[in-house]
Design a protein around this ligand. Structure first.
Ligand code: PLP
Length: 362
């Protein structure tokens, strides 16, 4: 079976974990600090704050920006649920804006119409590893005085006009095992703002500036040194991993037929967390089943847009976001991870093209 995702763990990660176990410092300690410093440098930002997951990083980021009950937060309906749920965690309301059908990312041209006096932030999601169109998003945020919290959970190392995602507003990353680099579980917040960085650290640590003196409500959203040791070893390989993903994506785009391959605007560096095609004519699920028979893993990210999830229906969401809904019917992600071999790539292309020919898609 060719899996849709596979973490690449080498001797460096194993050795780093053993060193932590031997050190006796198992919770947040010097490895977390080293991981934060290295990640901030990679992103080109002044501060990075490690957390227990991408979800807790989003939660902290919203709290650090003072977002709470009565506030509205604009985001995409076509993303992982955490991009919107973080607003619910703090008592705010996610407001959805439809996606650009070519990039699958928030359509900046539709954002202004969704802004109300309650809007406090925009959460652009760099879906599949492709940066959002950040210039118009930052312009709108500035015009209306909104915070920008970039959900870069799928986009480690991606760039917009040569600048790293996570450095435009407050950035949020995930190190879940399917991501471009992993720490097992884990997350990171990036920022150039010293006040936001300080708030994030305090919220992560039960609202304490000084041990056992709690100034505000906080959480235990810390990363452990064991996870940080894995993350740090992986971070050294990020560029190489991303280059392999990009080479695999190039091969797939050159050879696949009958499906719509990913669009990469010329001003963006896509890091291909996912290689996602559109399958026309209602044949997506049939292609997925066909690939499964051939031993090729694939996945639908995401089969149901957030506004149509039961949780959101029960919260009263009844809007229509036609491009998000169409994407949910048509997208299929194919393996693109760095563990693929040339024969894996050939097998993926042969299977997709055979299906496309059989079904008259070519
Ligand atoms: C776009 C997006 N946002 C948020 C998250 C949440 O990250 P985590 O799973 O580390 O909590 C993920 C990943 O799972 C994601 O893909």
């Amino acid at each position: 079976m060719i899996p849709i995702a596979k973490p690449l763990i080498g001797d460096e990660e194993k050795q780093a974990v053993l060193e932590v176990l031997d050190s006796g410092i198992l919770s947040q300690g010097p490895r977390v600090q080293a991981f934060e410093e290295a990640f901030a440098e990679m992103c080109g930002v002044r501060y990075a704050i490690a957390t227990s997951s991408g979800t807790t990083a989003l939660h902290i980021a919203l709290l650090a920006h003072g977002i709470g009950p009565g506030d509205e937060v604009i985001t995409s309906p076509f993303t992982f649920i955490a991009s919107a749920n973080c607003a619910l965690y703090v008592g705010a309301r996610p407001v959805f804006v439809d996606i650009d059908p070519r990039t699958f990312n928030l359509d900046p041209a539709q954002i202004e119409a969704a802004i109300t006096p309650r809007t406090k932030a925009i959460i652009p999601v760099h879906l599949y590893g492709l940066p959002c169109d950040m210039d118009p998003i930052m312009e709108i945020a500035q015009k209306y005085g909104l915070a920008v919290i970039e959900d870069a959970c799928q986009a480690h190392g991606a760039k917009y006009k040569g600048r790293h995602v996570g450095s435009f507003g407050t950035g949020v990353f995930s190190f879940y095992p399917t991501k471009n680099i992993t720490s097992g579980e884990g997350g990171m917040i990036t920022t150039n703002d010293p006040e936001i960085a300080e708030k994030c650290r305090i919220i992560r640590q039960h609202g304490a500036r000084q041990r056992y003196y709690h100034d505000e409500l906080g959480f235990n959203f810390r990363m452990t040194d064991i996870h940080a040791a894995i993350g740090l070893a992986q971070l050294l390989k990020l560029e190489q991993f991303n280059q392999i993903r990009q080479a695999h994506a190039r091969y797939l785009t050159e050879h696949l037929r009958g499906v719509v391959t990913p669009y990469v605007p010329p001003d963006r560096t896509h890091v291909f967390h996912q290689y996602t095609v559109r399958v026309p004519s209602g044949k997506r699920d049939a292609l997925r089943a066909f690939l499964q028979e051939r031993g090729i893993g694939s996945e639908v990210y995401y089969p149901l847009p957030i506004h149509q999830q039961r949780l959101y229906r029960e919260l009263g969401y009844d809007g229509r976001f036609p491009e998000a809904e169409r994407a949910a019917q048509e997208v299929l992600s194919l393996p693109v991870h760095p563990a693929l071999t040339p024969s894996d790539l050939e097998a993926i292309v042969a299977a997709v093209n055979e299906f496309a020919e059989r079904e008259g898609l070519i």
